[in-house]
Structure formats: structure tokens, C-alpha cells
Design a protein around this ligand. Sequence first.
Ligand code: PAF
Length: 280
Amino acid sequence: MDICDKIVDVRKRVNAWKKEGLTIGFVPTMGYLHEGHKSLIDAARKDNDRVVVSIFVNPMQFAPTEDLESYPRDLQKDSQLCKDAGVDLIFHPQPEEMYADGFCSYVDMNGLTTELCGKSRPIHFRGVQTVVLKLFNIVKPDKAYFGQKDAQQLAVIKRMVKDLNVDTEIVGCPIIREPDGLAKSSRNTYLNPDERKAALILSRSLKLGKELIESGETDSKKVIKAITDSINTEPLAKIDYVDIVDFSTITPTDKIGKSALVAVAVYIGKTRLIDNFITQ
Ligand code: PAF
């Protein structure tokens, strides 16, 4: 497995693979890899001849008040996980490599990014889209893998690729959970033991909402209220949002049908966690 920190070195390798007619699967990450990332790498490994993982904590998607500095990093552990999982190449650039002096071009969209996380993180998706398109232009993947845990991100990337005719197939992969239900996230490491217990309120409350829908409830307001009431029973939890939107357009939906994204963002202490499910 190679680790490259320069764009030119990644290009050399991927161009050689392309010349040989090999397919490339790509997993963009911000590192501190866990089972969730591993499931994306496994999917990429299964579908493609070569697998590239990027590890880059992208400053552009963090607001000044957010956790860019404290975001967990461990390249050594990440490299081992990637090696064990059969990754061919890690791209680990420094910010100066991705954003040269004078950088001023961005990717943005008018829809999809205004609801859910876009409300409390207004610059976030512009940063995500910009870096993902740049990474696609560097890695030139046939397929790229994103987790459903960041469902809005997945919808935004699918839309961006469609709108801008990017020749990469976007593959969404299921949420991976701890045995007790907490969705895997690099940010779970911020939680102290009490907060870790309290964080279970997200998956428990979503389960309740899911059961309500499965028992025939279609009124979004009622499901949102049931989930909200449940989360509010946890004293350490502070709701950012509980919402139901259409998964592909990320627009609010009053009546729950197929492909409704039921999503929550909740502060447990200072840590903001997200979780969701999509109706079948
Ligand atoms: O989901 C993430 O880890 C990041 O948003 C991504 C897609 C790697 C872009 O920085």
C-alpha cells in the first residue's frame, strides 16, 4: 500500500491503473477510521480492481466555531486499518496541497443544502462539495462510497455528480452501529462515559419513530413530535433538529411515504451527533 501526500504522485498511480484498464473505487474520509469507514472500504474492495482512500480533515467544511483543531487524527492507526482492508493507496494531503495560495473556486448548490444540517452549518456543504469534486478530479474513481449516516451529504454528492456530469458512480452504504445502537462516528470519541450512555437516546428515539411509521402513521408532524418528546427525556441532550424530508431532494414532507429521510441532530454535552433512517 502506498501513502501519497502530493497530487502529482496520486495522478501517476491512477493514470497507470487506468492505462491497464483497471477500475478504481474511492472512499473519501477525514480519517480516524472506524468500522463505518471499513464497511465502505470493503464495498469498494469488492467492486473494484484498485481502492483509494483519502484522509484529509478539510478545513473548508468547518465553521470557525467548529472542531477543526480538535478533530481526532491518527494516521498510523488509519494506515494499519487500510492496509489490513486491502487498500492500494492512501492520499493524505496537507491543506496547502489542496488549497494553493489564491484559491477562490467553489462548488455550491441552491437546493438540498438549506434544510437539516445546512441550517446550523451554513458553509458546511459548500466545503464538502468543493473538496469532493477536487478529490474526484485527482483520483478519477469509477465508483465512490459514502455512508448513509451522513444522509444529506450523500444526497448532495449524488445531486452534484448528476448536475455536473461527473463520471463517477456514487454508492451509498448502510449505517454501521455499535452493538448498543449508537451510530459509529469519529466524533463519538469526544463523549465522556455519561455522555456515551446519553447518546443512545438518538438511536432509541429514531427506533420509536420507525415503529410508529411501520404501524401505519404517515403524518410527519406526529412522528417528529414522538421523536422530539423521546429525545427530550434525556437531560444531557439538546436538539438541533428532528426533521423528515424527501431523501433525494432534502425538502420537507408532510406525509411520509417511500424514501423519506427521518433525521436528527442532537448535542450531547458539547458534541453534536447525527443519526437517521430512510423509509422503504
Ligand atoms: O464525510 C466525510 O468524512 C467528509 O465530509 C468528506 C466526504 C470526506 C469530505 O471532506
